[in-house]
Design a protein around this ligand. Structure first.
Ligand SMILES: [Zn+2]
Length: 319
């Protein structure tokens, strides 16, 4: 199956070991445009190279960057990072949960879907870079507002036309994914084409079963929260069950993020970069998480399958 990357197309057979949810940056796009230097691109690229060098020896070949419109999706930056390291980077079209500017526009899902389809068909921001996934998001606060419902429906409508898989951000602390599921179900979307980001973070078995019972993917994609033996037990149990084909594992780390702050003060770039790096450590997947899974009896080939075949299944390959 052929899918888009930021440097053209690739065959899913070549994805190899894939991290399914990783960001380069998460920044306010308006501020980044208004204030040149709001983030230091060069240092971000350097950090990406350093990060990639810690992952490539373990076989990482592909990474999905689901940074949506509104969180600073930066195609040129993704291209540069991919060229410098050889890591395939896959990007998305879609929205982060936000009321502004939608609250001023009285937006309708059909209109938003048209915009997403333009990106899929013609390319993003005047480039020929095309997305391979559709992204939407709902947080517990303010929840599924009228605007949010339209954003989620827009992705459902775009999916019906494009067949691209849906990646939906949920709030890890609540069961907000079920609110989204109700919208997708009402739109008649095949649950097997939807991944619920962060839905595994609490290891709430009831919630995980409710989301995955008809085939959707559950994501253990916030490794900074993945910090207890109980959570390792929970993930290992799922990987040893027949649910393992529906599990996505990743870190959801950033190299520069407005979400990383001390108190209410966003850190300036230099100290910020230092701060964020402490939490990046994507190679902890190999240094900590996978050893934990091995200790709990998850077979090596199963671990490998989750990182190499589940990403291809998510794109629709019947393997
Ligand atoms: Zn994320």
């Amino acid at each position: 199956m052929i899918i888009n990357t930021v440097l053209g197309t690739m065959n899913t057979e070549d994805m190899g070991f894939t991290l399914m949810h990783e960001h380069i940056i998460n920044v306010d796009w308006n501020l980044a445009h208004a204030f040149p230097g709001f983030y230091d691109r060069e240092s971000v690229v350097d950090m990406f190279v350093e990060d990639a060098e810690s992952l490539i020896p373990y076989g990482v070949k592909t990474w999905i960057d689901p940074t949506p419109i509104g969180l600073g999706r930066d195609l040129k930056l993704m291209q540069e990072c991919s060229k410098r390291t050889g890591i395939n980077i896959i990007c998305c079209t879609g929205f982060y949960a936000q009321e502004y500017p939608f609250m001023h526009l009285d937006v309708q899902a059909d209109y938003l879907a048209e915009q997403l389809l333009l990106e899929v068909e013609q390319g993003i921001e005047g480039t020929n870079i095309k997305p391979a996934i559709l992204k939407c998001a709902t947080n517990s606060t303010p929840g599924v507002t009228e605007n949010n419902r339209e954003m989620v429906r827009a992705v459902a409508i775009a999916h019906k036309t494009t067949g691209l898989p849906i990646y939906t951000h949920t709030d890890w602390s609540t069961s907000v994914g079920l609110w989204q599921k109700a919208i997708f179900d009402a739109e008649g979307i095949d649950p097997k084409r939807i991944a619920y980001c962060h839905s595994g973070s609490r290891c709430d078995t009831w919630y995980i079963n409710a989301l995955s019972r008809d085939g959707s993917y559950v994501c253990f994609d916030q490794l900074s929260w993945f910090n207890t033996e109980e959570k390792a037990d929970c993930l290992a149990g799922l990987l040893k069950s027949d649910k393992y084909k529906q599990i996505i594992i990743s870190c959801d780390a950033d190299l520069r993020s407005d979400f990383a702050y001390t108190g209410n003060r966003v850190l300036r770039d230099r100290e910020h970069n230092k701060y964020v790096k402490r939490f990046t450590r994507r190679n902890e997947i190999f240094l900590k998480l996978i050893p934990w899974l091995r200790e709990r009896g998850v077979p090596e080939e199963r671990i490998n399958e989750v990182f190499t075949l589940n990403p291809r299944r998510f794109f629709g390959e019947m393997i």
